[in-house]
Design a protein around this ligand. Structure first.
Ligand SMILES: *Cc1c(COP(=O)(O)O)cnc(C)c1O
Length: 430
């Protein structure tokens, strides 16, 4: 499979080159040249397939022969080392729980898959290394640290804003050691992000083989299609139309779902649910893409003013706004509405949703009003409530037990290097 740049001013590249580079030389995101539907027989018999078989069938065309079949199967098995339950919440509404991985965030899937692809591509490179440089406001960093731990030939450097991430998140970033280094930046998330962007453009650092580990990287982004197939498998026997609501920030998750639909997965409709960072909901109203600076909310993993993957969604719809609106809605919700939704879900159904999942639930409810009786809705629950306990505990008046995989890191010692300026980052990299 070849990938082209969405800025159309860089050469087409292989899967391997796209994974190693992250972003094309013209700063465009990579997109696959073809998306081929899977055979009808695959969907007819999907209930007989394991998650690993499904994932292999889904991703194979995007990897081609660049990773041998046996190795790709091994990578998938290591990626999917946990469950993806579809949990009934209320009549006709399900939560697709994506938080049962090692760091209890859905980003575990993409981070584990990408790290193992990079490890494979580095298998014979004794002297050279790839350096994954990533800025985090909290959740991504932990998943990347865990996913890349001990992967051969890859060094990971995570920048996070000092004092601005939760204790659990900080422990997940700073305690693993080995090839994972944490830089504690005296500043806010945007300062971390600016330093990372500057490093990618810095000619002095070209030899370092810097790459990113956010959803602009195809190996972080594409495997997120897997769990839409798993949910279909779980709900297929009900014979209803499926509406998926994704709590969306950079729109990588929902964009992977749209790829699954292009491959023939029978998804009736998508809802991109956002917090007050509402660039896409506004776009659907007037067709104007007019990004705003991001606003801080309680669902902070979605505090994104200019969603990086939206351009990939536009590519799939070729700017056909009418068709796009048929398949896709987007609604935005305030923190107050989100808190009320968390309380409503808990009181009526005994289900604890964290703020991102609650935004997904709200968008789903709104869309289901427009759909007929023969429809069921699924919202993606993208993190375990313990990851957002500062919000969940006071809102619901509960105390959450700490799961074992979180307890394990809480006892380990934090190791970080404090930095303030870009020059200090550069010195650290050299
Ligand atoms: C990253 C993240 C999101 C947003 O996902 P996108 O793919 O960027 O739209 C939602 N919820 C949580 C908990 C996240 O960590």
């Amino acid at each position: 499979m070849k990938y082209y740049s969405l800025n159309h001013n860089a050469p087409n590249v292989s899967f391997e080159e796209a994974v190693i580079q992250g972003l094309a030389s013209d700063r465009g995101l990579y997109f696959p040249e073809n998306i081929s539907p899977l055979p009808a027989s695959f969907f007819d018999t999907i209930e007989n397939l394991s998650n690993e078989d499904i994932a292999f069938a889904a991703i194979q065309q995007f990897v081609g022969d660049e990773i041998p079949t046996e190795k790709l199967k091994e990578i998938i098995a290591e990626t999917l080392c946990f469950d993806f339950p579809v949990v009934p919440v209320e009549n006709g509404i399900y939560s697709l729980e994506l938080f049962h991985g090692p760091t209890m965030a859905f980003k575990d899937v993409g981070a584990r898959f990408m790290s193992r692809c990079l490890g494979y591509f580095n298998r014979d490179k004794k002297d050279s290394k790839n350096t994954v440089l990533v800025a985090t406001s909290g959740d991504t960093g932990g998943a990347v640290a865990s996913g890349f731990l001990a992967v051969q030939g890859v060094e990971v450097i995570i920048l996070y804003p000092s004092g601005k991430v939760s204790d659990i998140q900080e422990k997940q970033l700073t305690t693993l050691g080995q090839n994972i280094k944490a830089l504690e930046v005296d500043g806010v998330f945007d300062d971390c992000q600016d330093m990372v962007k500057k490093a990618f453009l810095d000619q002095d650092l070209k030899h370092k083989g810097l790459t990113s580990a956010n959803s602009i990287n195809i190996a972080r982004w594409l495997p997120q299609m897997f769990y839409f197939f798993f949910a279909y498998k779980a709900l297929k026997s009900q014979n209803k139309k499926l509406v998926f609501s994704c709590p969306s920030g950079n729109f990588g998750n929902i964009c992977a779902g749209i790829i699954a639909k292009k491959m023939g997965l029978p998804i009736h409709h998508f809802v991109a649910s956002t917090n007050v960072n509402d660039t896409v909901p506004r776009f659907l109203v007037d067709g104007e893409y007019d990004p705003n600076p991001s606003i801080a909310t309680i669902s902070n993993a979605m505090d994104v003013g200019n969603p990086s993957n939206f351009i990939r969604i536009q590519e799939m719809y070729q700017n056909d706004l009418a068709q796009f609106k048929k398949d896709f809605s987007s609604y935005s919700f305030s923190d107050a509405e989100t808190t009320v939704a968390m309380q409503h879900i808990y009181k009526n159904n005994g289900y604890i949703a964290e703020p991102h999942g609650a935004v997904g639930y709200l968008g789903l409810k709104k869309e289901l009003e427009k759909q007929d009786e023969n429809t069921i809705g699924i919202f993606l629950e993208t993190a375990h409530p313990i990851k957002f306990l500062d919000v969940v505990e006071p809102a619901l008046g509960v105390t959450l037990p700490i799961p074992p995989q979180i307890q394990a890191v809480m006892h380990d010692e934090k190791v970080s290097t404090k930095i303030k300026t870009y020059e200090e980052l550069k010195a650290f990299l050299d």
